[in-house]
Ligand binder design. Structure first.
Ligand SMILES: Nc1ncnc2c1ncn2[C@@H]1O[C@H](COP(=O)(O)OP(=O)(O)OP(=O)(O)O)[C@@H](O)[C@H]1O
Ligand SMILES: [Mg+2]
Length: 497
């Protein structure tokens, strides 16, 4: 079978970075081809070149054997190449339907947008996708997961021949991800070629026919899924064996660092109480939308509390803003790095020190050398791939943006650290680093609350696990008692046993 799409000797240089160095890729019709590699390996850059966002410095793209050079995404789409980007590009202030059909809204005889038709068309494609949202809703009112589904629906509705998905499931629940994977299988069965980027090995092995590995902007190899395994792929990605993904469990203590008593958020009837002990990693499991992030945000003062008490070291504290929370020694790494975490236009250095400005200032002055030490320390510790600490965060790869956010919250040296999906979009090697870093924080006496939708991560990391269902804590398990099955049952509202 002749290839549907070929990338031949693609090279792309950014100031200070050789992002792609003579990279190859071949996609057959009807094939699902995974592209993997560490954060910053060049995956998104290659996909952006194939879809007309960037132009390669050298190399060739062939579609059905013919050389093409799409000058922009619209041209690529006209050639039949569509992409779902890693970062959401939906317009929050427009409706779902307007987001799905940008630029080709149906019009009436007077040239005005025919909203009735627009909403009907949108309903149809949403139904095909199995997405239960109102096409009239403003996108900003949707959950991140639904926004991502709209993003995907938008590209799928173009009927492209080559479909590129760059980490499409990073904000989806397992159920939603499964539905998407089934849909992709159907599309492939109809001859669509799919390039699929993911850090989730489970998905890659369940979905892909072949996998291509990039490392440091170079092509390492392509394997048939049936003839390879996760260990081999990891070795190709990072150049060595990784060993255990999870550190040993903690020693625990019975000093309560944080206590939450009958906390009620606005708009939720549930009263939540729990304790976080010194040196412990407390996992929060639950379905997306079960109220874990909202509870965390209420504790951190990012959302109002309607009732209840928060105690730190046994003393009640009145935290009404994130600023006050930070002053009390709390940190919160939010799940949505773009909206609530990072200043994309600012440097790595300024982001790392954003929450900690006091720590780097001696006698009221921010000393340049202290600033540098702090930022460099986290760039090294977290292995952030950047030409330097002055680089704007928007120029980092997705995973390296996430690592910068982790650095920002480590830098305040919190006593209580809440991390919300801390390893989302992070490659296996760095994921392991972050796991061990969180454990060493806990071992030094910090109390860590870890919200994660990845069950193996919750089980692998936590000393104790709380499971939320519909806004309330519905179950508690010790590390020894917890199993995936018990957690899933509790999270979906069934009794744990
Ligand atoms: N617009 C840009 N300006 C400067 N450097 C960039 C730009 N886009 C990407 N880079 C750099 O190119 C390299 C490859 O980035 P890319 O986004 O392709 O990585 P990736 O494999 O998609 O990583 P991730 O898994 O983290 O998403 C990185 O070192 C990144 O910092
Ligand atoms: Mg990327």
């Amino acid at each position: 079978m002749p290839p549907l799409l070929e990338a031949v000797d693609i090279t792309k240089r950014f100031p200070g970075t050789l992002a792609l160095d003579n990279v190859q890729l071949e996609l057959l019709p009807g094939e699902i081809h995974a592209v993997v590699g560490e954060n910053g390996a060049g995956k998104s850059t290659l996909m952006k070149i194939l879809s007309g966002v960037y132009t390669a410095d050298s190399g060739e793209i062939r579609l059905n054997g013919r050389s093409i050079s799409p000058a922009n995404p619209r041209e690529a789409l006209m050639l039949g190449i569509g992409i779902v980007h890693q970062e959401l590009s939906v317009v929050p202030t427009l409706t779902v339907a307007e987001n799905i059909f940008p630029g080709h809204l149906p019009t009436n005889v007077l040239g005005m947008v025919n909203y009735k038709r627009l909403f009907e068309n949108a309903s149809r494609v949403l139904e095909d996708m199995n997405v239960a949202v109102d096409p009239r809703a403003l996108v900003e009112t949707l959950s991140i997961a639904n926004q991502q589904l709209i993003e995907i629906t938008k590209t799928l509705s173009t009927n492209c021949k080559v479909l590129i998905l760059d980490e499409p499931t990073s904000a989806l629940t397992d159920n939603e991800a499964d539905r998407l994977l089934n849909l992709l299988r159907r599309l492939a069965a109809n001859g669509v070629g799919i390039l699929y980027i993911s850090h989730k090995f489970k998905e890659i092995f369940a979905l892909a026919d072949r996998v291509t590995v990039l490392r440091d902007g170079r092509y390492i190899g392509t394997e048939t899924i049936a003839n390879t395994n996760a260990d081999q792929i990891i070795r190709m990605m990072v150049g060595r064996d990784l060993g255990a993904m999870y550190p040993d469990k903690g020693r625990g203590s019975d000093t309560a660092l944080l206590e939450v008593r009958d906390l009620r958020r606005f708009g939720s009837p549930a009263l939540n109480s729990f304790k976080l002990y010194q040196g412990e990693i407390l996992g929060f499991a639950g379905l997306i939308g079960s109220g874990r992030s909202e509870l965390a945000r209420a504790i951190f003062g990012a959302e109002p509390k309607e009732a209840g008490e928060v105690l730190l070291n046994g003393l009640p504290v009145d935290i009404r803003s994130p600023k006050q929370a930070i002053e009390h020694g709390m940190g919160y790494l939010p799940e949505d790095r773009k909206a609530a975490g990072l200043f994309l236009d600012m440097s790595v250095k300024l982001n790392v020190e954003a929450a900690v400005i006091r720590q780097v200032s001696a006698g009221g002055f921010v000393t340049a050398s202290k600033e540098k030490t702090l930022a460099n320390q986290y760039v090294q510790q977290l292995n952030i791939s950047t030409p330097g600490i002055e680089q704007e965060v928007r120029r980092l790869s997705g995973g390296n943006q996430q690592k910068t956010l982790v650095g920002k919250w480590l830098a305040i040296r919190p006593k209580v650290l809440i991390v919300d999906e801390p390893t989302r979009g992070i490659d296996v090697g760095s994921k392991k680093e972050i796991h061990f870093l969180l454990r060493s924080l806990a071992d030094s006496g910090v109390g860590v609350i870890m919200i994660s939708s990845e069950l193996p991560e919750v089980l692998g990391m936590s000393d104790r696990i709380l499971v939320m269902h519909e806004g309330a804590i519905a179950g508690e398990y010790s590390a020894a008692d917890a199993t995936e099955e018990k957690i899933i049952r509790t999270a979906s509202g069934q009794k744990g046993e």
